[in-house]
Design a binder for this molecule. Structure first.
Ligand code: NAP
Length: 514
């Protein structure tokens, strides 16, 4: 079992005691008393907090992190070691000392003597807030061979690709340890700790209360990631993009997996940068079949990279996806083969047809204005031209509109021509109107008529300014959320081979967008 430990910044007794009680209410297993948050930690106070932790049923780790390793304590090492020794005598279940402190002078002896006759166990730790350690395997064996202890290594991930060294190390260990990557780029190392039977992972009481960068909240661990159900057999999925922190996909897919009692976990995968960052990430995944990654949703800016990668590997790209030229879904088979799909196409057209109450053949020759010429536009223009719509593309960068129009044999025009073109359907495929840009609409005022259908692919917010304008004009509206649920349900089918519980997905998205 991997414990959930909530770090408590011990600034004063009352606030620390309040946080301990909250940690218990939120179903933590342990608290870590960060006594370095107090300018002069008081032994009596620490003893009382340890006793409080025990009285509510929580195990207690005590630490007094040095400023050299990201803590706030600038007391001499001797005093910090004394604080840890007293905590051991006062009933702490674990004390955490930096390896570098432990090996100085007689610190190690004092600590081992202090825990010898107690039930307290030692965590020996190393932290690097600047980036990965040069040789993490070497560091691990140095700490491990130093005495009987739980090894903790935490380093800053500068890119998600820095997490793989932590996974490689954890996989080789036959004893419990704590190997964590800090920062937003290291989040998956925290979420996946039960997959490696790690000793613990840290989680904040809420999103803002963590004591190290990148700590998830305990609520997210339990409610979004179903942390207690993760084990070594859990199959992994995730959304690759930048940014991904606010993506609804993890909550929606994990709810669907849990609803069907599948041992699957869906992660936010922040893959920064360009094509090379994406290619390196995929190479890392494919080189480690034991991680059991089985599929991905792909979003901005990697939809083009995703299809290029699969082609570069000589693997399967579904015909429709090849025609669109962008993939929003990747599947990795049990044999390690990778394939590319696009579910935006069907997600969008199904949402449009449902709102219009008609079939695909009824779209024949309908005049459609598509705003945008990026990844989503490609999928939607492909779907509309397949349905023989009369499509005109409008885009800020007119050259991109021209290129897309040439590819799909449709028209393009500058935005000021829109009023004269009198479309029957307007579709926004740009990010205009998306949070925080909520007071903007890509469509000039006065163009929308009651007999039109207006579809905004933006779903954050659900009711964009464009949709409000359309409603006011009496037009039919289609929200980005309808498309989102449709494309997620299609992905679920590709991930699991089963139909999705669409109602559950819809309910989940509705909750998330309140
Ligand atoms: P993309 O490939 O980056 O394309 C972005 C498009 O938006 C481009 O046409 C770009 O024009 C235009 N644009 C961006 N900022 C603009 C601005 N300030 N003014 C005018 N035009 C602007 O992105 P994408 O993958 O196509 O995604 C676009 C949007 O679709 C997203 O923002 C998201 O809200 C929505 N989406 C919805 C779903 C769903 O399921 N509902 C799924 C995916 C995406 P230029 O060519 O001039 O740069």
């Amino acid at each position: 079992m991997t414990y959930i430990a909530v770090p408590i910044a011990v600034k004063d007794y009352d606030s620390a005691a309040g946080q301990i009680r909250l940690a218990k209410e939120l179903a933590a297993d342990m608290v870590e008393l960060r006594t370095d948050y107090s300018p002069s930690p008081v032994s009596r106070q620490i003893r009382e907090l340890i006793a409080l932790g025990h009285s509510v049923g929580l195990a207690v780790i005590t630490t007094c992190r040095s400023s050299r390793e990201g803590g706030l304590c600038s007391l001499p090492d001797k005093l910090r070691v004394d604080i840890l020794c007293s905590a051991a005598a006062d009933g702490a279940d674990y004390i955490d000392c930096e390896y570098e402190t432990f090996i100085q002078e007689d610190n190690g002896k004092k600590i081992t003597d202090a825990i010898k006759n107690s039930h307290c166990r030692l965590i020996l730790s190393a932290h690097n807030f600047a980036g990965p350690f040069e040789n993490i395997a070497d560091l691990y064996s140095k700490i491990n061979s130093c005495c009987e202890c739980i090894v903790k290594i935490a380093y800053k991930a500068r890119h998600i690709n820095d997490c793989f060294a932590a996974f490689d190390l954890q996989r080789r260990q036959n004893r419990q340890s704590i190997i964590l990557c800090m920062g937003d780029d290291g989040l998956i190392s925290r979420l996946l700790s039960p997959k490696f039977n790690a000793f613990l992972t840290f989680a904040g009481i809420d999103k803002s209360s963590g004591t190290a960068p990148g700590q998830p909240s305990i609520g997210d661990l339990n409610n979004i990631y179903h942390f207690r159900s993760i084990n070594e057999h859990t199959e992994l999925y995730g959304v690759i993009g930048e940014p991904v922190a606010h993506s609804m996909s993890p909550a929606v897919h994990n709810a669907a997996f849990a609803g069907a009692e599948l041992n699957k976990l869906y992660l936010p995968l922040l893959v920064r940068g360009d094509r090379q960052g994406f290619y390196d990430f995929m190479d890392n995944i494919l080189a480690r079949p034991w991680l059991s990654f089985r599929g991905f949703s792909v979003t901005i800016p990697h939809k083009g990279h995703a299809i290029e990668y699969v082609i570069h590997k000589g693997e399967y790209v579904e015909d429709l996806t090849a025609k669109i030229g962008a993939a929003n879904t990747l599947i990795i088979g049990a044999n390690g083969r990778i394939s590319a799909y696009n579910t935006d196409y069907s997600g969008a057209i199904d949402a449009l047809l449902a709102a219009m109450g008609c079939g695909k053949s009824d779209l024949h020759q309908r005049k459609v204005a598509v705003f945008g010429a990026g990844g989503v536009s490609r999928a939607i223009v492909a779907a509309l031209t397949d349905a023989a719509c009369n499509v005109t593309i409008y885009n800020r960068t007119i050259e991109k509109a021209a290129m897309l129009a040439e590819e799909f044999l449709c028209r393009y025009a500058p935005i000021d021509k829109l009023a004269k073109d009198t479309p029957e359907i307007i579709i926004n495929c740009t990010s205009v109107g998306m949070t925080p840009d909520i007071d903007r609409s890509p469509v000039p005022a006065g163009v929308i008529r009651a007999n039109m259908t207006v579809f905004d692919t933006v779903y954050n917010p659900v009711e964009t300014l464009l949709l409000r304008q359309a409603k006011a004009a009496g037009a039919k509206i289609v929200s980005g959320l309808d498309m989102f649920v449709n494309q997620a349900a299609e992905q679920y089918k590709l991930f699991t081979g089963r139909p999705a519980d669409v109602e559950l997905m819809r309910k989940m998205t509705a909750q998330l967008t309140i």
